[in-house]
Ligand binder design. Structure first.
Ligand code: DGJ
Length: 697
């Protein structure tokens, strides 16, 4: 992996690809190539001129980071207002720096004291490049940015690309959508204050690709606030994509002497969607997830939310904890309802003191009971929110986003705290610091249950900065808490998977994927999640919800939930001895395979939405162990006889396993090319195959 420089050409060389940029005679930064490696000396820049007064060269050019202004009329990546009212940027290449695997290209405005740096950092092992933009103002007056994206891409083919993103909702996160972009613009975004349940802050672009073949270009923005991904295709057949903080209602005021860096984009090019997911998965585990827990397998947790909702008390939590420990749970998490007057979602949010009616002896009694049962204790909080019916709101009515002459919307009966205020940040940090300092808590589930509205923030000189500053404040508080309380893991939750991006995962150790725990729906939700998110970070619970697939056996539900970081969320008090034994058996199995699932390489072999049957195989890095999950909610026409073909194994190794009562010993190549026969039929079909390399004697 190297940054190779040939005069004005910069070649970013990853394991299998070249990403090439250059600077032209006018000082523009030009995109040259993203694809297979070519001889470095062949790369060059063609200097071009305006075609005519309506087809300008700047419009046509593949700019690496397009500023607004001059005779450029398409979408730009950066737009400013200078102090004298000038709104045009005139950037010229200035200098570059390289250090190990990093390239910095510096550009300065021809007149104003603005410097823009395009940063690139190469990964040692993967075809992944981190990109971000730095800006600095060396003048005295403020420069205001109206748009400040993290990266722009120009794709190589003149033919249309298909773009994969998600088009989901609460309870239906990560539902994949594919759009062919023939002309015009395609936009995926969030305006809710968080990345949200609908679109995802990434792009995946391809022409003829499937799980194993074809060029797949992708980039994921590590940011949890309002984002925008916009792709366009012009008359010349150039497809451009830009990602960054959403420019909707956005401004960033950069005062004299200040500097700023945009969120990072992780981009890559792979052969097939499967390789894309495997690379981003491994890359994220090694480089994105917070360091405390990235290399440790996540524990099996129990969360009592679906069992009792707000009706928590010391007695019922202790009883559930006892059952949870009997089946092998390692972390017991108490969800909403333990504080203030929180008996429903209409009161108490913000009052983070223990409800004495529910816990007369404080939290200590429950935590000790949980610890004595051999489990760690975790707790739910929703720090960015307040109920109007709370002591916090009564004493600080000005702490929420609001406009003086507008009635605030109370979605889920709550209001959003103005996290851009210093006093609110201190309140939230101190509350959590106290909670963690006084109690033996090893896990925080940080929830966020409504989008912003009435976004007035009188404390800010430029209120349009609130969207960004809110997200930044959340990140800062989590980072500060993690630094002080190093053995506490954090989970990001926003009514399920509403804040599950690589930005959240740079600060939180895992995410709550969806409030929809129906195993059948989860097959699709988890498939979407697996595209550009690490498996380890995906919390998946076995619950009593069987909305779609009725009845779904416990084994079926375990089969699906074991494909992420396993949790249990059903009401164990209602489970029969037989059901508890099924839980015990599966949890024990999961503990044996979780290293392969959480750290291994995923091969999506059959897709329940297209093939009736789901088949996902996880293989460890050494290719010595593998686990295969097969599940079908119900096969049509009575039966399905198919060969099960495996992937990711070493073709030259021999493997042993048992399936359907039969013992197999086969080579990796045979398992890939020929496979083994399976007869998949009936409702609720579910199998787990454990494959091991046959030891040589
Ligand atoms: C929404 C979350 O997604 C649920 O898991 C649960 O924590 C509730 N909030 C609690 O209010």
């Amino acid at each position: 992996m190297a940054v190779i420089i040939n005069k004005n050409i910069f070649v970013l060389e990853t394991k299998n690809t070249h990403y090439v940029i250059g600077t032209d005679n006018s000082g523009n930064c030009r995109h040259i190539h993203w694809g297979r490696k070519c001889p470095v000396e062949d790369y060059c820049i063609s200097e071009t001129e305006d075609e005519n007064s309506n087809h300008t060269v700047l419009d046509e050019m593949k700019q690496e980071y397009t500023p607004f202004g001059k005779t450029m009329y398409r979408d730009c990546a950066v737009k400013t207002v200078f102090p004298d009212g000038c709104r045009e940027i005139n950037l010229k290449f200035d200098s570059y720096e390289t250090e190990k695997n990093t390239l910095k290209l510096h550009f300065s405005d021809a007149y104003y004291p603005l410097r823009i740096t395009l940063n690139y950092q190469l990964s040692d092992k993967y075809d992944i490049i981190a990109r971000w933009v730095g800006i600095s103002n060396s003048g005295k007056e403020t420069i205001t940015f109206e748009k400040l994206f993290s990266a722009e891409f120009s794709l190589p083919s003149v033919k249309p690309y298909t773009f994969t993103n998600t088009n989901g909702a609460w309870g239906g996160e990560f539902l994949e959508t594919n759009n062919v972009l023939d002309g015009g613009n395609l936009v995926f975004e969030s305006r809710k204050g968080i990345s949200g349940h609908t679109n995802s802050p990434y792009f995946i672009a391809y022409q003829n690709a499937d799980e194993s073949n074809g060029n797949v270009y992708f980039a994921s923005l590590a940011y949890s606030g309002n984002f925008k991904v916009s792709a366009s295709r012009d008359l010349y057949g150039i497809t451009r994509v830009m990602l960054g903080i959403n420019d909707f209602d956005f401004e960033y005021s950069l005062k004299g002497g200040e500097a700023f860096e945009t969120p990072t984009v992780f981009c890559g090019l792979t052969q097939g969607f499967g390789e894309m997911s495997r690379q981003i998965n491994q890359f994220a585990v090694e480089n994105v997830l917070p360091k405390q827990f990235n290399n440790k397998p996540l524990p099996v947790l129990y969360n009592a939310w679906e069992a009792v909702e707000f009706d928590v008390n010391c007695e019922n939590q202790t009883a559930l904890a006892k059952r949870a420990s009997e089946i092998g749970v390692e972390l017991f998490v108490m969800d909403d309802g333990w504080f203030g007057k929180r008996n429903h979602d209409r009161a108490g949010l913000g009052d983070w003191f223990v409800n004495k009616d529910k816990f007369p002896n404080g939290l200590g009694e429950l935590i000790s009971a949980v610890n004595n049962l051999g489990m760690d204790f975790g707790i739910w909080v929703e720090p960015e929110m307040v109920n109007a019916n709370s002591d916090l709101f009564r004493s600080h009515p000005d702490w929420t986003y609001h406009y003086k002459n507008r009635k605030p919307n109370e979605l889920r009966n709550q209001l959003v705290l103005n996290m851009t205020r210093q006093d609110v940040q201190e309140y939230v940090y101190n509350m959590l610091d106290k909670l963690l300092s006084e109690n033996n808590i090893r896990y925080i589930k940080w929830d966020m249950n409504r989008p912003f509205s009435e976004t007035g923030a009188e404390n800010l000189e430029n209120p349009k900065m609130l969207w960004y500053l809110h997200t930044k404040a959340v990140y800062n508080i989590v980072d500060k808490l993690k630094k002080k309380h190093q053995n506490v893991a954090f989970e990001s939750c926003a009514s399920g998977g509403g804040r599950s991006d690589l930005g959240a995962l740079s600060h939180f150790d895992q995410v709550w994927t969806s409030d929809n725990t129906d195993a059948t729906d989860r097959m699709t939700i988890q498939k979407g999640f697996s595209k550009l998110h690490p498996t380890k970070a995906m919390r998946a619970w076995v619950t009593d919800i069987t909305w779609f697939n009725k009845p779904a056996s416990l084994d079926f539900r375990f089969n699906i939930a074991m494909q992420g970081s396993l949790g249990i969320g059903g009401n164990l008090m209602n489970y029969s001895q037989e059901e508890l034994e099924i839980c015990k058996k599966n949890i024990s199995l999961y503990k044996n395979i979780r290293n392969i699932v959480q750290f291994g390489n995923l091969y999506r072999l059959l897709d329940s939405d297209k093939d009736d049957v789901l088949m996902n195989q996880y293989v460890n890095d050494e290719k010595t162990e593998s686990v295969v999950f097969i599940a079908a909610k119900g096969t049509r026409f009575h039966k399905k006889r198919i060969p099960l073909k495996f992937a990711g194994l070493d073709e030259n190794k021999r493997y042993i396993f048992e399936f359907d009562g039969k013992n197999y010993e086969k080579s990796g190549v045979y398992l890939k090319e020929v496979g083994i026969p399976a007869h998949i039929r009936g409702v609720d079909y579910n199998k787990i195959i454990l494959i091991r390399e046959k030891q040589k004697i």
